[in-house]
Design a protein around this ligand. Structure first.
Ligand code: NAD
Ligand code: ZN
Length: 609
């Protein structure tokens, strides 16, 4: 059965002209609607049908498909009927262009109707939701529906139906939601058949089907869409979007995946071929993404043992990973190999680990990596991926995120599909790390612990990991009571624990500010954190003292005055990027963070760096 979604999109809506092009959390309303429909994974194709070149371009520029229609349609159904007339499809679902939060659940419900026993008797399906507020029940803008015992629609009306003559009767009211799944024939009939009197008087499209004897099966949904009809709705939708982001980040009990397999110990890297063998699929290569610092390190390269059509790609860690770089790598891999790779293996520091995670995700998810920056936007399981750190501290080997610089922000792809399927922890691989870099990346771990342990999200889970990692960092960087080999092994485990600690909490002020630095100046994560943390006595008093001791002991030069020559625009952008990381600020300063951290205050802090 071929199922497509059609989104009718008229530019000049009478109540709120141009509403589909309004900004909703950084994307236009129509692009959000399109992507929401696409991301459900329920449709073979998703199209926008529009009378407007502006909307067509907007959709096409965002990688979507748009069809132009005549301007004179009376209804959205006519508009999509024109578009599907010559298409070979079975079921057409209309998705409202102004419902950007269209949920998978509702669409799934309306499609499930066609899998029931009575499917052959159904011409179209639609949704309804229970309402109990009399104000809404009696509001003529709210279309009510009544059904028979088998949920087939009996009538739609703007009047309250049924009328409650008996005020104590136990009656339920349902509001009709404008999502339909049509068999193609039903839709074409609608297009050809003239309007009859009941439709004309109520001004409710779907009455036409009833007037011509068609059968509409209704499904009950609780999914509350948000329609954008007025500028106030838009404000409300923007607010909701922020709240949704927050909800998925800070919901009370987080059920997150952990790395299912990990091997540890000096020399365990040699076990890699054995680990890979059972994962290998016929004709599907393993792709090794390796830090180019190892380009001439034959010892390491030989131990990788490439087989069949496996491929090794050297990548520089000089820059922070970028969404565009990920898209390019994915393109390179998919154009060279017919089959999806058996797996992606990242070998290097946080940079290479993040690149490996992102590439494995983007091999199974459409579009650009930039579309998935945020919380829980990834829909499909990634390709099997392995992380092999060669420098310790970031916790990227255990974390649920892959931090990327995108066109508008620096933000992780944070999802259940991000963590590695396997990690290889071989402390010997970190032998060649230069001292400064060892310090900066090690301090990333220290700062993760400080921010987690001092944050408002802290719980016993995070604390148990955070305290262990914090103590290990002090032992390694202050006491130096261990041999070098031991210190390498311990730092590797500190990184792991630090990563686990933030899994259930969050980082804080230093990371938010460091993201701003790296967005504008390209400052690398480790050193950026150090530059910032060095000036954060106000927030992490005792720990900044400990940090300064470590800096002194290892004779590390922390750059100063990095913001001295910034233009106003650069500074504003830095502040904007930092303040957009809401969960970090909430963890650091609590719900009330916006009164504690204003743009002016942040500016003063940056100027101190
Ligand atoms: P890195 O990967 O950027 O590497 C730093 C430098 O060390 C590079 O020049 C690299 O070539 C070199 N290097 C790595 N291993 C070496 C070795 N064994 N011998 C010699 N040189 C070696 O450093 P990093 O600090 O591990 O990673 C920083 C990145 O990690 C940032 O992009 C940051 O955003 C990301 N990060 C991610 C997470 C996460 O949870 N996903 C957490 C923190 C940081
Ligand atoms: Zn970090």
């Amino acid at each position: 059965m071929k199922i497509i979604a059609m989104i009718p999109a008229r530019y000049g809506a009478s109540r709120f002209p141009g509403k589909l092009m309004q900004d909703l959390g950084g994307k236009s309303v129509i692009v959000r609607t399109y992507q929401a429909a696409k991301n459900t994974g329920l449709f073979d194709e998703v199209y926008v049908v529009t009378d407007s070149d502006i909307i067509r371009e907007e959709i096409e520029n965002n990688g979507g498909k748009a069809i132009m229609s005549k301007k004179t349609h009376e209804s959205g159904s006519d508009r999509i009927a024109e578009a599907v007339e010559n298409m070979d499809v079975d079921i057409v679902v209309n998705v409202q262009g102004d419902e950007p939060f269209t949920s998978k659940k509702g669409l799934q419900q309306v499609l499930d109707v066609f899998n029931g026993k009575d499917a052959h008797t159904i011409d179209l399906a639609s949704l309804m939701t229970e309402i109990d507020d009399w104000k809404e029940i009696s509001d003529p803008n709210c279309v009510k529906v009544i059904t028979d015992e088998d949920s087939f629609a009996l009538y739609f009306s703007r009047s309250p139906i049924p009328y409650p003559r008996d005020k104590n009767a136990d009656v339920k009211y349902y509001k009709h939601k404008g999502i339909y799944a049509f068999r193609k024939e039903a839709l074409m009939d609608f297009y050809r058949l003239p309007m009859r009197s009941l439709e004309a008087v109520e001004k409710i499209e779907c009455i036409r089907y009833l007037e011509y004897g068609k059968r509409i099966k209704m499904a009950v949904t609780t999914a509350q869409g948000v329609e954008i009809d007025t500028p106030e709705d838009l404000v409300e939708a923007n607010r909701l979007l922020k709240k949704e982001d927050k909800k998925s980040v800070n919901n009370k009990f987080r059920n997150f995946p952990m790395v299912p397999k990990v091997v540890f110990g000096a020399g365990c890297f040699n076990q890699l071929p054995e680990i890979l063998a059972p994962q290998r699929q016929k004709n599907a290569p393993f792709i090794f993404l390796v830090d180019d610092v190892f380009k001439n390190n034959n010892d390491l390269i030989n131990r990788i043992k490439l087989r069949f059509n496996d491929k090794l790609i050297f990548i520089s860690a000089d820059k922070e990973p970028e969404t565009e770089q990920i898209d390019q790598l994915v393109k390179e891999i998919t154009s060279e190999f017919k089959k999806k790779p058996s797996g992606i293996i990242g070998i290097g520091g946080g940079t290479l680990l993040d690149i490996a995670k992102a590439v494995s995700i983007m091999l199974t998810n459409d579009g650009s990596a930039a579309d998935y920056q945020g919380w829980d936007l990834v829909k499909k399981k990634a390709v099997y991926h392995i992380g092999i750190p060669t420098i310790s501290g970031t916790g990227a080997e255990v974390s649920r995120t892959t931090v990327l610089l995108g066109p508008v922000r620096k933000l992780g792809i944070n999802s259940d599909f991000t963590p590695f399927d396997q990690v290889v922890l071989d402390p010997d691989l970190t032998k060649g790390v230069p001292k400064n870099q060892w310090f900066y990346t090690g301090m990333d771990c220290f700062i993760h612990c400080v921010e987690s342990l001092n944050g408002t999200f802290l719980n016993a889970f995070s604390q148990s990991y955070g305290e262990k990692a914090y103590d290990l960092c002090k032992e390694i960087f202050l006491e130096q009571s261990t041999t070098e080999a031991e210190a390498r092994a311990k730092l590797m485990m500190a990184s792991w624990h630090g990563g686990m600690s933030i899994a259930y909490s969050q980082v804080g002020v230093a990371h938010a500010m460091s993201y701003g630095l790296s967005y504008v100046l390209g400052t690398k994560h480790g050193i950026g954190n150090c530059i910032v943390f060095n000036q954060l006595e106000e927030f992490y008093k005792d720990d900044v003292v400990v940090f300064k001791k470590m800096v002194k002991k290892h004779d590390i030069e922390i750059p100063k005055g990095v913001c001295a020559n910034l233009t106003d625009n650069q500074l504003d952008k830095m502040i904007e990027v930092a303040l957009s990381l809401v969960p970090l600020w909430e963890n650091a300063l609590g719900d009330d963070w916006q009164t504690l951290m204003t743009p002016e205050k942040l500016k003063a802090l940056y100027l101190k760096m």
